[in-house]
Design a binder for this molecule. Structure first.
Ligand SMILES: NC(=O)c1ccc[n+]([C@@H]2O[C@H](COP(=O)([O-])OP(=O)(O)OC[C@H]3O[C@@H](n4cnc5c(N)ncnc54)[C@H](OP(=O)(O)O)[C@@H]3O)[C@@H](O)[C@H]2O)c1
Ligand SMILES: [Zn+2]
Ligand SMILES: [Zn+2]
Length: 352
């Protein structure tokens, strides 16, 4: 066991603050990673403030962070994929049982026994797992992926959650050239959704509540931008979408978007607001539409997504911050004032 520097929250109302945490010494299949950048996901905020108390109550102290890139400093004796000095990345999961049908299909995100990067029971050290707001982490190599060498590291970190969470449902629902695709909410997830939909060749439409983001949406790859609080702009798209990805972090009217789907169209929710959303059955019934959800993605697909990003030169548009600015960054997330992901330069944690 060794000590690592970290930032933690000790209650739903306390700000994140410096702390020390224990990490295990690498076992034979583990790699130890010096964390260089960690993205800030809105899930980190939901979790640290116990907003998902009905589904997964927060265990304090909590150390969020699941968009991790870094350099490997040590490898266990049985590690085959990596060596010390390699760049590597870790997303939202650090373990699973490896034996269930989901794991056998490479869909670890559906394993009933997966271990999330933060907030899951830690079988090795007791307590719960601690995430990437830290200077290091120790992870089984199966849950560690490689970053294409052409990608900027600060901008690559958010691919590990915002990237895979938007890439995976688009692949599942067949987003491709000739399809009309909507992205709701231009935040961390949404802006990655725009980049992927555009790179996959779809006609991409962004729905935003922020008039100030219209130009950025076009620059990021949108073909059209709709201000979602303008009913007449919404009405022009009625019944026309093959697929809509909803990446909104707060309560909002999803029925307005369901009515924009074509017959048999699908809307996938990746946003995870604190309270249940209301759903009108008529929007679904009248055109055999469907609504579904999607969690992150498996390890193989995460590597596929990173390779796709390497090939298409895709990274997140990041505002790099010091860890000391994290509480301010959380407040800005709540105001939808993010362009378009915060990425923490972990060198800042060393300096204090
Ligand atoms: N399914 C999964 O596996 C998974 C993975 C990661 C994250 N998530 C969840 O996905 C959601 C988005 O995460 P994120 O990190 O992308 O968040 P984010 O960067 O804060 O972006 C959320 C965006 O939603 C829009 N929005 C915010 N409040 C709104 C409101 N009251 N009404 C309408 N639109 C609003 C804003 O976009 P505009 O300014 O464009 O309107 C905002 O930028 C969170 O709930 C997060 O927990 C789920
Ligand atoms: Zn996340
Ligand atoms: Zn499993």
């Amino acid at each position: 066991m060794f000590n690592a520097k970290a930032y933690s929250a000790t209650s739903a109302t306390s700000p994140l603050a410096p702390t020390m945490i224990a990490r295990r010494d690498p076992r034979e299949n583990d790699v130890q990673i010096e964390i260089l950048f960690c993205g800030i996901c809105h899930s980190d905020l939901h979790y640290s403030r116990n907003e998902w108390s009905d589904i997964m109550p927060t265990v304090y102290p909590c150390v969020p962070g699941h968009e991790i890139v870094g350099r490997i400093t040590k490898v266990g004796s049985a590690v085959t994929k990596f060596k010390a000095g390699d760049l590597a990345a870790v997303g939202c999961m650090v373990s699973s049982d490896g034996t269930c049908p989901a794991c056998k299909e490479g869909l670890e995100q559906f394993c009933p026994n997966y271990v999330l990067t933060y907030g899951s029971p830690d079988k090795n050290l007791g307590g719960v797992t601690y995430g990437g707001y830290s200077d290091s982490i120790v992870v089984d190599e199966h849950f560690v992926v490689s970053i294409p060498s052409n990608l900027d590291l600060g901008g690559a970190a958010p691919l590990l959650c915002a990237g895979i969470t938007t890439y995976s449902p688009m692949r599942h629902w067949g987003v491709t050239k000739g399809k009309k695709v909507g992205i709701v909410g231009l935040g961390g997830l949404g802006h990655m959704g725009v980049k992927f939909a555009h790179a996959l060749g779809a006609h991409t439409v962004v729905f935003t509540t922020s008039a100030s983001k219209v130009e950025d949406a076009l620059r990021l790859g949108a073909d059209e931008v709709v201000l979602s609080n303008d009913a007449s702009q919404m009405q022009k798209h009625a019944g026309s979408f093959d697929f809509i990805l909803d990446a909104v972090s707060a309560n909002h009217d999803i029925n307005a978007y369901i009515n924009l789907l074509a017959r048999d169209g699908n809307m996938t929710l990746v946003g995870a607001p604190q309270k249940p959303l209301s759903l009108s059955s008529f929007g679904l019934i009248l055109a055999r539409r469907s609504v579904s959800g999607s969690p992150i993605g498996g390890i193989a697909e995460t590597q596929e997504m990173l390779d796709f990003c390497g090939k298409h030169n895709i990274t997140s548009d990041v505002e790099v911050i010091a860890i000391q600015q994290i509480n301010e960054a959380y407040e800005r997330l709540l105001k939808a004032d993010v362009k378009y992901r915060f990425s923490v330069d972990m060198a800042s944690l060393k300096s204090k």
